[in-house]
Design a protein around this ligand. Structure first.
Ligand code: S3P
Length: 441
């Protein structure tokens, strides 16, 4: 387990781009794998999670290849064309691969065994297995509805009219993807709108899908068994990865960083609004739409942050960004209160408990709430000096690497390897900007 040690920054300046969006990258492999013909993907995130999806789609019959120019090609098998893999699918750390593919498999007459690492094996899968059983899929799951799981897809899948019980794009997408190879119309209703990359990409590929906004979330209607057209995708930079740079540049005095081509899907940009509410200096430049997703360049400069007593946005627009937002709050002046975050307890780790423990160990006053965290900001540098347990959670590791830039004593991250799942260039990119980070074998 390589450790990551922080030291104070020397500067934090430059122009960078972050790797491709993880959510869009997963879908850029999965959906073209059901088209007929070749799709081309530029800017795919080549992190472990997405490579696990690519491996799974190959194992179920699609051809997925990296080209000499760095782009990727996917030749699909057509909706209904997936075949049973002849090996256990190991999804590593990736909840998105697992849950979305459970959906796809549910309406194919195939049998798939799947597992993952210790983090993934501890995460709840019943939230997708329950609706997929109504489609007709069968599951043999481990205790508590967890991986390893064997899924037997339905021979005669049934369309659902399903209301998601929690705000989750993974649950919504699993049901929609099951609807692809199901005769009839599948409907998903969500009380809180969640990231809509699945809907946007299916529409771009010619599926008959409509999204109705009614003031109380959304209703998505998908007509089953479309012939999906291959597409050309340019994956925007991942705002969830850019968030680490946004927070680092906001808390480091004198920082000045430009991040180009960041995905700005309105259901993902909550971190910008939250940081701006804390006093961050972030300009959104060159906003445009590329391949059906909004993108922009983000110019961020150091600023004196202050605590916030409530979020200016719905938590679903920034769900993966809370760990690093807590670090911003730790450096800010005054108290911050974050609530409504119960979903954070079932991410790659229990992000409320793990962040509370890491911040407290490094001298930050925190109070853990059932659904959130109270953070008393240090109004500048945090004491630091402790080792943080990351529990196989990439975002915990990167959050403390950011916080360590503003720590009096170095912070040690016990295991840097999970960073490979979503942001393989994180350490080099941060170091190039002037952050103090060193890996120890
Ligand atoms: C994702 C949805 C979110 C997010 C995850 C990626 C997706 O999970 O946390 O990193 O790509 O659909 P939930 O659906 O559990 O909120």
């Amino acid at each position: 387990m390589p450790k990551l040690l922080t030291s104070p920054f020397t500067a934090f300046e430059g122009q960078i781009s972050v790797p491709g969006d993880k959510s869009i990258s997963h879908r850029s492999i999965m959906l073209p794998a059901l088209a007929v013909g070749e799709s081309r993907i530029v800017g795919l995130l080549e992190g472990e999670d997405v490579l696990a999806t690519a491996d799974a789609m190959r194992a179920m019959g699609a051809r997925v290849e990296k080209q000499a120019d760095g782009s990727w090609s996917v030749w699909g098998v057509g909706v209904g064309g997936l075949t049973s893999p002849d090996k256990v699918l190991d999804f590593g750390n990736s909840g998105t691969s697992t849950r979305l593919l459970m959906g796809l498999i549910a309406s194919h007459d195939i049998t798939v065994m799947m597992t993952g690492d210790a983090s993934l094996r501890s995460r709840p899968m019943s939230r997708v297995m329950n609706p997929l059983m109504s489609v007709g899929a069968q599951f043999v799951a481990s205790e508590g509805g967890r991986l390893p799981v064997t899924e037997i897809g339905a021979k005669m899948p049934l369309p659902l009219d399903y209301t998601t019980p929690m705000a989750s794009a993974q649950v919504k997408s699993a049901v929609l993807l099951a609807g692809l190879n199901t005769p009839g119309t599948t409907i998903v209703r969500e009380a809180v709108s969640t990231r809509d990359h699945t809907e946007r990409m299916l529409k771009a590929m010619g599926a008959d899908i409509t999204v109705e906004e009614n003031g109380q979330g959304r209703t998505i209607t998908l007509v089953g068994q479309p012939e999906l057209q291959p597409i050309s995708i340019i994956v925007p930079g991942d705002i969830s990865s850019a968030a680490f740079i946004l927070v680092a540049a906001s808390i480091i005095p004198g920082a000045d960083v430009m991040i180009s081509h960041v995905g700005m899907n309105p259901l993902r940009t909550g971190i910008i609004a939250a940081l701006q509410a804390m006093g961050a200096d972030i300009d959104i430049l060159n906003a445009k739409t590329v391949g059906g997703e909004e993108v922009a360049d983000l110019h961020v400069r150091g600023a004196a942050l202050k605590g916030i007593s409530s979020l200016p946005v719905d938590p679903s627009t920034m769900i993966d960004e809370f760990p690093v937002l807590f670090c911003a709050a730790a450096v800010a002046e005054g108290e911050s209160v974050f609530t409504g975050l119960e979903e954070m307890r079932v991410k790659e780790s229990d992000r409320i408990a793990v962040m509370a423990a890491g911040l407290a160990a490094n001298g930050v006053q925190v109070e853990e709430l059932e659904d959130g965290l109270k953070v008393t900001g240090c109004g500048g540098k945090v004491p630091g000096g402790a080792e943080v347990a990351t529990h196989l959670d990439h975002r915990i590791a990167m959050s403390f690497a950011v916080l360590g830039q503003m720590a009096v004593k170095p912070i040690t991250i016990d295991d840097a390897s999970p960073i490979q799942t979503s942001f393989p260039t994180f350490v080099s990119l941060m170091s190039d900007l002037g952050a103090g980070l060193s890996l120890q074998a």
